[in-house]
Design a protein around this ligand. Structure first.
Ligand SMILES: *Cc1c(COP(=O)(O)O)cnc(C)c1O
Length: 469
């Protein structure tokens, strides 16, 4: 399987190369040259299989020609052994026909672990095989950073510099990045928003000389391997509620569009998905874009669901690529408009294509709190604010379609204890392995929202071959 760039001006490359590259050199995102399809019988056969077995079947076609099947299978086994539930992504039932898929059983209590635990192992494996090192530079709106630090700490083939918006991540999220003692981890508080952090990372990636010198690589959701790892739980969850005999709906708390795009991939592979419901908080660019066709970032508003406080959803570009009939020049034109005018318009046919499968709506802060309350009152079940956004929007959209509805639960409530306690008066406790997190010493660097300053910092810390100290 080869991977092509959404902007059409970078050569097609292998899975392993896309894994290490992150962003393509033309500024685009890598997507597989075609969607592999799983026969209906194969999908039906997932019932009763372990998460790791399903993961192997789903991921295998994407790594064909790059990884040995025995290596893939071993790494999947190791990655999901770090989860505290044998089902990895178990379902919980709310109302009739309404389920939660719990994606927070990994080491940092966020769905990001599902992808990151596998990604770190894949990278380490490929780097060892090639005798190379990388410098990973990433931006996080909260959960990616902790999951990445946990997955990469102590791995000696990678140095990690992770940028987060100062003061805009929760204490628990920050501490998951800043309390790692390993020398290869550098957590950097940026004086700005998540979009500033993401823009800095993009700027460094687009500086090819710099990028080559430090062997820069990315683990943000622009990295294709993350998307592919997330595709797996759409299959396990759908099959658990009756797919492929039933068509299933998913409501996905959305920020950078990586998670819900993984659902789109599952649909392209043959999973009968009736609707993909994009749930945003008041940073609702995606809900507005699907309603009006105008993709128009506004100022980011801090909310109780900070991992979704995003106004430029990078992975949306992958959907635009597919929805425009894989028209790379058209995607490039839209992205150029965005860079130049801070907006672009979705062509009518592209918008119509997207609306066939996707719906979108938002939950404001009051609706988020009300949903945490109502789920607790009715089911005695505690959800975090990100999950609440998904549940609220799922309920709002109940009339669209008839299939079982699965809301993805993207974070453990103990990651956002203040918001949860304010809503229901109950403070969720951190699980045992993290109970001393708030007492561990922190190590934080602080930098302005300036690509040059970050580039200097990265150069000084990188131990990759070719780096100038
Ligand atoms: C990252 C994150 C999201 C958003 O996922 P995207 O793939 O960026 O759309 C939602 N909820 C939580 C808790 C997250 O960490």
């Amino acid at each position: 399987m080869l991977y092509v760039s959404t902007r059409g001006e970078a050569p097609a490359i292998s899975f392993n190369d896309a894994l290490l590259a992150g962003l393509a050199r033309d500024g685009g995102l890598y997507v597989p040259e075609r969607w592999p399809e799983l026969p209906r019988d194969t999908i039906a056969g997932f019932r009763g299989k372990s998460y790791a077995q399903v993961a192997f079947e789903v991921i295998r076609p994407f790594v064909a020609g790059s990884l040995k099947e025995s290596d893939l299978s071993r790494m999947i086994g190791e990655a999901y052994a770090t989860f505290d539930d044998p089902a990895v992504a178990p379902l919980a039932k709310l109302e009739d026909g309404e389920h939660l898929c719990e994606l927070f059983h990994g080491p940092t209590l966020a769905f990001k672990d599902v992808a990151m635990q596998l990604l770190a192992r894949l990278m380490d494996h490929v780097l060892a095989e090639r005798g190379e090192r990388v410098t990973i530079v990433g931006a996080t709106s909260g959960d990616t950073g902790g999951a990445a630090v946990e997955a990469f700490r102590g791995r000696d083939r990678a140095d990690m510099i992770i940028l987060f918006p100062d003061g805009r991540v929760s204490d628990v999220q920050r501490r998951m990045m800043t309390t790692a003692t390993e020398a290869n981890i550098h957590a950097v508080a940026i004086d700005g928003t998540f979009d500033d952090c993401q823009a800095i990372v993009k700027a460094l990636f687009n500086d090819h000389a710099f990028r080559d010198r430090v062997r820069m690589s990315g683990v943000n959701s622009i990295n294709w391997a993350r998307i592919v790892a997330q595709t797996v739980y759409y299959f396990t969850a759908a099959v658990a509620v009756g797919a492929p005999d039933k068509r299933v709906r998913f409501a996905v708390p959305t920020g950078n569009f990586g998670d819900v795009f993984a659902g789109y991939v599952a649909a392209q592979m043959g999973l009968p998905i009736e609707r993909l419901i994009v749930a945003t908080n008041v940073n609702d660019i995606l809900a507005r874009a699907l309603a009006t066709g105008a993709y128009e970032p506004r100022a980011v508003v801090p909310t109780a669901s900070p991992a979704m406080d995003i106004q430029v959803s990078s992975n949306f570009e992958r959907l635009l690529f597919d929805a425009s009939g894989r028209n790379a020049p058209a995607v490039k034109a839209m992205m150029n408009d965005l860079a130049k005018d801070r907006r672009f318009s979705l062509p009518t046919d592209v918008l119509a294509h997207i609306r066939k499968l996707f719906s979108a709506a938002r939950a404001d802060e009051a609706e988020t709190v009300a949903t945490i309350k109502s789920v607790y009152a009715a089911q005695g079940y505690v959800i975090d604010p990100h999950t609440a956004v998904g549940v609220h929007v799922a309920r709002k959209m109940k009339g669209e379609g008839t299939g079982p509805l699965i809301a993805l639960s993207t974070a453990h409530p103990a990651k956002f204890p203040d918001a949860v306690e304010a809503a229901i008066g109950v403070r969720p406790a951190l699980p045992g392995h993290l109970s001393d997190l708030l007492d561990r010493p922190e190590r934080i660097e602080r930098l302005p929202a300036n690509a040059g300053a970050v580039a200097r910092f990265v150069s000084e810390r990188s131990r990759a071959l070719g780096a100038v100290a």
